[in-house]
Design a protein around this ligand. Structure first.
Ligand code: C2E
Ligand code: MG
Ligand code: MG
Length: 699
């Protein structure tokens, strides 16, 4: 008995197969793009929708087939075939969503899936309740099996390869869905063709439902399931691509931030941070490959003149021009960076030795010798270049930079526009200074400062009438550092303000402690630096130091150098008047080193002049110095100012000053500046007082 086909249903079954295949491919992408619970949900939901898609294709195929006798189906067996379809689909999706798909896995998966499809098909056939059961043509049966396995293999491989998401894969998916759709239906109809129904076949149960109604419902339901799945999948993929888009723009913003942080905005060259990193890398490379690397510190000579006379605009253009010429000199692996200002550093990643570096340096000299054209002007710059080579001159980025810098500095001192390689005797000044500045930042919080005291002596009777507090820095490695070495640094960095504040407070506290311990009430002098003097809150911090220590204002004196007072005379007068009004004494330090005249100084409310020790040194032998000192003392006395001589070291100097009518002196002749405990001991001995235990007074 020959069956006939309803070709409309056949076409629909093919379309359903294609749609189911497309959905399956899409799901493979979803599952592999998701993780954890989401991936599992996609796998289960996907297995169900893909399984029902394949199964309904198969069932539609069955419905498309009719025998001259009406056909009916056994419900449980039909459902079983559907369950098989869902399980097979789940298995297939699981296989293709693995991170990798080996040939072995593909083969095993394909065979299992092919067998699964076949068993779904033939189980579905078995649900047809005909009598007798159809017989199968072995050849066609084998063919259907082969087609099923081949289709499954192809399907798995395609789904695995196409699961990555992109515009192109959408079309590729559609194409392969069509092929897969035909392969699956091909298997189905081959399987149908394998079945032979005996001429006397009858249906045992009779049709349970109307064929076309069944087909309609089935197609409708399947379409809905597949479309819902597809829609969800598309929405999910959009969300993922939006998140991916956001992540990408975040990444871009991040990259940009990083670029800004590591480059100089003006020249776009790497900045110091990036340079140091590159040098460290170059050192590591040089160490491994047993080669050298070199750092060239390039500083433009007299660039400030260009900047100041022609403006920043021209200066910036010039720097850009220099940057690009320097870049033209080096190899791609080398680095040209800008440290700021007119300083550039070149890193030569691999050199044979110093001669190579000298070679590049002289090329740099030559390259910069050509004039720069900036805004219709011809500008000439010359560089000073210092060289340091790894491993000879250092083995850290910091060391190589500072040493190249020191060599450059040496060129500057020697007349500029030249190249020099680092040598040990150059290092004394420069790196020291840099290291000190770093340490200085932490010195306050680490309590590394202390005050030493030098007595001020009344010349007439030799009694101690006061003391000057002189700051010392007890450096953890260098020991006691003198103020000449760090006060200028502290001024430049602004650190002098908090340091100075500490000095005032500590001097007040110590003086009050001595007074409370029964020592005579002396006046303590503290030095105020220029920057400190210009601080708005100077008076407040002095007031605070007095208030918190309980020291009487008359027992405090501030020493300000002549040049600081003269720098901004009108403001200085106001500040000094307020100090006087508070009762604090004021003396002019280092007098004679500045440009002021005494007649000018009389407008200032001051109490004392301290004659700079450079005049005292030769006062007894140098007629001119003696004349200056004599005139100064005379004029000061006219203005009712007391005069203090600094740096008295010998009895001869002392006698001379006495003859000139000087009021007080300070100097090694009496005592060097000493630690508080020592100062206290000296003073007690002087006054015939009993010594106190150190801890009672000196903190
Ligand atoms: P200055 O205020 O003129 O201090 C006098 C300096 O002369 C001190 O040097 C002192 O040790 C030194 N001296 C004293 N007697 C003699 C002597 O007989 N012969 C010689 N050759 N030198 C003598 P020091 O302590 O090294 O201080 C140097 C400078 O540092 C001070 O000069 C002062 O300008 C500054 N300084 C010290 N302490 C402070 C401070 O707390 N704050 C500020 N802003 N500056 C300070
Ligand atoms: Mg002083
Ligand atoms: Mg002085």
């Amino acid at each position: 008995m020959l069956g006939t086909y309803n070709y409309g249903l056949v076409v629909i079954s093919v379309l359903v197969a294609i749609l189911a295949s497309y959905t399956a491919l899409d799901l493979a992408t979803r599952i592999s793009a998701s993780r954890g619970r989401a991936a599992r949900a996609w796998l289960i939901g996907g297995a169900f929708s893909m399984g029902s898609g394949i199964w309904s294709m198969h069932f539609l195929g069955m419905l498309a087939f009719s025998l001259p006798v009406p056909l009916g189906y056994d419900l449980p067996i039909t459902l079983l075939s559907m369950v098989i379809a869902v399980v097979v689909s789940g298995f297939a999706l699981h296989v293709v969503s693995q991170d990798s798909l080996s040939l072995r896995k593909l083969a095993i998966g394909g065979v299992i899936m092919g067998l699964g499809i076949c068993s779904m098909h033939y189980t579905g056939m078995a649900a047809m309740q005909t009598h007798p059961h159809p017989t199968y043509d072995p050849l066609l049966f084998a063919a259907s099996l082969a087609i099923a396995i081949a289709a499954a293999l192809a399907a798995l491989w395609i789904a695995f390869t196409l699961r990555a998401e992109s515009e192109w894969t959408r079309y590729a998916k559609l194409g392969s869905a069509i092929i897969m759709g035909f392969a699956i239906t091909g298997m189905h109809y081959t399987g149908m063709a394998a079945a032979h129904f005996a001429p006397d076949t009858i249906c045992v149960s009779g049709p349970l439902v109307d064929n076309s109604w069944m087909a309609g419902t089935l197609t409708g339901t399947t379409l809905v399931i597949l479309l819902v799945t597809l829609t969800l999948s598309v929405i999910d993929s959009r969300m993922i691509s939006r998140t991916a888009g956001m992540a990408a723009s975040l990444q871009r913003a991040n990259d940009e931030l990083q670029r800004i942080a590591l480059h100089d905005p003006l020249t776009k060259l790497p900045n110091r941070v990036l340079l140091e990193d590159r040098i460290e890398q170059a050192i590591a490379h040089a160490e491994r490959s047993k080669v050298n690397c070199a750092v060239l510190f390039v500083d433009l000579d007299r660039f400030k003149v260009v900047n100041d006379s022609l403006g920043h605009f021209v200066g910036d253009e010039l720097l850009r021009g220099v940057a690009s010429r320097l870049q033209g000199l080096v190899r791609g692996e080398d680095t040209v960076s800008r440290m700021g200002g007119d300083e550039f550093v070149l890193l030569l990643r691999e050199v044979e030795g110093t001669p190579d570096a000298l070679d590049v340096a002289s090329k740099a000299l030559a390259a910069l010798r050509e004039p720069f054209r900036v805004h219709q002007q011809e500008l000439y710059v010359t560089p000073s270049i210092g060289i340091a080579v790894y491993p000879e001159h250092g083995n850290t980025a910091q060391m190589l930079i500072t040493r190249a810098d020191a060599a450059m500095y040496n060129v500057k001192k020697g007349g500029r526009n030249d190249v020099r390689v680092f040598a040990t005797e150059m290092s004394t000044f420069f790196p020291e200074r840099l290291m000190l500045e770093n340490d200085l930042r932490r010195a306050l919080e680490r309590h590394e400062f202390e005050l030493h005291y030098q007595p001020k002596v009344e010349l007439a009777d030799g009694s101690v009438v006061g003391m000057e507090a002189l700051v010392r820095w007890r450096h953890p490695r260098k020991g006691l550092v003198s103020p000449d070495q760090f006060i200028p640094l502290a001024e430049e960095s602004g650190l002098i303000v908090p340091i100075g504040r500490w000095v005032i407070e500590e001097a007040c506290r110590q003086n009050k402690a001595w007074q409370d311990a029964g020592m005579p009430h002396l006046r303590v002098a503290v030095n105020i630096s220029g920057l400190q003097f210009r601080q708005k809150d100077l008076l407040e911090s002095i007031g605070y130091a007095l208030g918190s220590s309980g020291l009487a204002p008359e027992c405090l004196e501030v020493e300000i150098t002549e040049s600081v007072v003269m720098q901004n005379a009108s403001d200085a007068i106001v500040t000094l008047e307020r100090l006087s009004a508070m009762g604090v004494h004021v003396s002019i330090d280092d007098f004679g080193t500045g440009y002021s005249s005494l007649s000018y100084l009389k407008r200032f409310p001051i109490d004392k002049l301290k004659i700079d020790r450079s005049f005292i040194r030769d006062v007894s032998s140098d007629m001119e110095d003696a004349a200056i000192v004599r005139a100064t003392i005379g004029l000061a006395h006219n203005l009712r100012l007391r005069v203090v001589a600094e740096g008295v070291e010998t009895a001869e100097q002392l006698e001379f000053l006495r003859a000139l009518g000087c009021d007080e002196y300070q100097g090694y002749y009496k005592s060097k500046p000493v630690a508080p405990a020592e100062f206290e001991r000296v003073l007690r001995a002087e006054l015939g007082l009993l010594p106190l235990t150190q801890t009672s007074v000196a903190a």
